[in-house]
Design a binder for this molecule. Structure first.
Ligand SMILES: C[S@@+](CC[C@H](N)C(=O)[O-])C[C@H]1O[C@@H](n2cnc3c(N)ncnc32)[C@H](O)[C@@H]1O
Length: 230
């Protein structure tokens, strides 16, 4: 995918993303459920299952937002810790897990100290992916598991056409009506930050993970990357 030239990069992107999520935080969960027809809830559950970690595993949820993944990890009887740089999103959280305001590119965690890591719909919001994967690799124990969930484009041509009509035309209008016009115009465009999935898999492997796999979730508008710390 080619990056849309109107999209910010580097520090400008980080500031814009942080400010945007602070702004939309109070209605984020409500709008998310409507926009995805609650599929986001199912995709997170499937991600937690795909971790294949034991109960009581210590799992960090990176760019945790309002803590939806923390809630799913709690339901699976794991021990989540959430990290996000948007205080607005953290304050709007419903999870009872500890949440910490932090940049996920520089985590306040010791080397090789956690069993797993999740990240939901945030890869495209980060300024850089390789340093992020390296940071996750640093804090995971050998054998630790990752589950990174983000949006995707359906491979089927007809579904892809429908996907674009929905995300490019309907989502910005519904978002403007229910929450914030500029944020929900930006979010569909931000998909172009994501490199092709083969490149993401290669970056995760380079960061020190093995058995890296990518799976599409029906109807092809979400993708999951899993792997194990080598
Ligand atoms: C689309 S939201 C996803 C929230 C949550 N993971 C979910 O599944 O709904 C993206 C989140 O990434 C966070 N974020 C983006 N870049 C970040 C960074 N460098 N460090 C920490 N959080 C970041 C934003 O603040 C926002 O809460």
């Amino acid at each position: 995918m080619d990056l849309n030239p109107d999209l910010p990069t580097g520090d400008e992107k980080a500031e814009k993303v942080q400010g945007m999520f602070d702004r939309i935080a109070p209605r984020y969960d409500f709008v998310n459920r409507i926009m995805t027809f609650r599929l986001d809830v199912r995709w997170r559950k499937q991600t937690v299952q795909a971790l294949k970690l034991e109960k009581s595993s210590l799992v960090i949820d990176l760019a945790c937002g309002t803590g939806d993944f923390c809630c799913e990890l709690e339901n699976a009887e794991m021990v989540p810790l959430g990290f996000d740089f948007s205080m607005g999103m953290l304050q709007a959280g419903r999870s009872s897990s500890p949440l910490c305001q932090s940049d996920v590119l520089s985590l306040p965690i010791k080397d090789a100290s956690v069993d797993g890591a999740t990240c939901g719909f945030a890869l495209r919001n980060l300024t850089e992916l390789e340093p992020f994967f390296a940071e996750v690799s640093r804090v995971l124990k050998v054998g630790g598991r990752i589950g990174f969930l983000d949006v995707a484009e359906p491979e089927n041509r007809f579904l892809n056409w429908g996907h674009h009509i929905y995300f490019d035309r309907i989502v910005p209008k519904v978002g403007a009506l229910l929450s914030d016009k500029s944020a929900y115009s930006y979010l569909p465009k931000s998909v172009s930050y994501l490199p092709p999935h083969q490149e993401i898999v290669a970056m995760i492997e380079k960061a020190g993970f093995k058995q890296v796999e990518r799976k599409l979730f029906a109807p092809g508008s979400a993708q999951l990357f899993t792997g194990e710390k080598a």
